[in-house]
Write a new protein. Structure first.
Length: 146
């Protein structure tokens, strides 16, 4: 049976940066092979894709582990991309990383997470990963965990 694993969203150089959660890398037995990245805006109906990257040619992959991440809007050389669109504060976004274990050791078909940007008092934006059961499939509120 296939499952969806957990992605991680962190901030690097002022933008969201996407990777695989540490426990998922451990479960896979090491770095995974990234095939594609999809970011969608969940705050609009229908859900809108704001950035997509597919490594090309088909079958090409890029190693990804807890130590590396894919910055929003940066397309690897030779890859196909749509977007990126500007990310707006207080909107909920989802990221889906299409990645597989290098060893084929588990049946995880991809990794997902939700995040938003929160405006700080100084006007800068902070990336906030939304975690926990209170965030349902259609949740559209950017609320920090308590």
């Amino acid at each position: 049976m296939q499952r969806l694993g957990e992605a991680e969203v962190r901030q690097e150089a002022g933008v969201p940066c996407f990777t695989i959660a540490a426990q998922e890398v451990r479960c896979a037995g090491g770095p995974l092979q990234l095939h594609a990245v999809f970011v969608s805006d969940l705050s609009v109906k229908p859900v809108a894709e704001v950035w997509a990257v597919t490594l090309t040619p088909p079958g090409r992959t890029q190693p990804i582990s807890q130590d590396t991440c894919v910055p929003y809007g940066q397309t690897p050389v030779g890859s196909e991309a749509t977007g990126p669109q500007n990310l707006l504060p207080d909107r909920v976004y989802s990221v889906f990383l299409s990645a597989t274990p290098a060893t084929g050791s588990d049946s995880t078909m991809g990794y997902k997470a939700k995040f938003c940007l929160v405006v700080q008092p100084d006007g800068s934006s902070k990336v906030l990963q939304l975690r926990g059961k209170k965030y349902g499939a259609r949740e559209v509120l950017c609320i920090p965990d308590q």
